[in-house]
Design a protein around this ligand. Structure first.
Ligand code: AMP
Length: 224
């Protein structure tokens, strides 16, 4: 099962992908996480990406497609995957389709998680990310009035406020989403491979809605 989770930054794509992947034994691939790992490793790619990411703009299609070509060939992708944060442009969607054709595989479904802009700004500016385990932490886990940095409740690491989760950069990311990524929704719709979910509901309700759609489309699959 090869899925793409689509939605504005802060729509809950990453949170939902992390919950859905286990039942179907899928690899969860976030291009944002791969780029942040490159930055942490101090690689050449990381250094180039870091400057772009700080502004809320997109890293080039060429770099991202090269990264995904490598990632999708790894062993953990054999049973299928959930892509989170990719494709973010129509050129990336077309590149992914070509990549899939070359691997004798295909995209099965785009799951669009819809949330309005006001809610996105509220969610992103109040969330924190763990430097160590990568967990995305919300006020539900950390309480209200969260400091920019603190101790992660899930590991020994520290959480922090991502530079691109500051209000001015969030607004830029939303503009980029509307201009570059919204057309990707049409790409999936035109292929009759799009389902839409109301992402403003409670996270568990959104997860149940996605499971229900996957059951309808792909049948029951439970893992231990
Ligand atoms: P995310 O964690 O998915 O919100 O991504 C954080 C930042 O990484 C984005 O604002 C972009 O600068 C960059 N990025 C992540 N995925 C992509 C992609 N598919 N194409 C271009 N840039 C990306």
């Amino acid at each position: 099962m090869n899925l793409v989770f689509l939605g504005a930054p802060g729509s809950g794509k990453g949170t939902q992908a992390a919950k859905i992947k286990d039942r179907y034994e899928l690899a969860h691939i976030s291009t944002g996480d791969i780029l942040r790992a490159e930055i942490a490793a101090g690689s050449e790619l990381g250094q180039a990406a870091s400057k772009i990411m700080e502004t809320g703009a997109l890293v080039s299609d060429e770099i991202i497609l090269g990264m995904m070509d490598h990632r999708l060939r790894q062993d953990d992708c054999a049973k299928g995957w959930i892509l989170d944060g990719f494709p973010r442009t129509v050129a990336q969607a077309e590149g992914l389709e070509a990549l899939m054709a070359g691997m004798d595989s295909d995209l099965d479904l785009g799951v669009l998680i819809q949330v309005d802009a006001e809610e996105v700004v509220k969610r992103l500016s109040s969330r924190r990310t763990c430097k160590e385990c990568g967990a995305i932490l919300s006020p539900a886990e950390l309480g209200e009035d969260i400091p920019e940095e603190g101790d992660c409740p899930k590991c020994e690491g520290k959480y922090f406020l991502r530079d691109d989760d500051r209000p001015e950069t969030i607004r830029r990311r939303l503009e980029v989403f509307e201009k570059e990524t919204a057309p990707v929704i049409g790409f999936f719709r035109n292929r009759d491979k799009l389902v839409e979910i109301d992402g403003s509901q409670a996270p568990d309700t959104v997860t149940d809605a996605i499971f229900s759609i996957l059951r309808d489309q792909f049948g029951e699959k439970q893992t231990a």
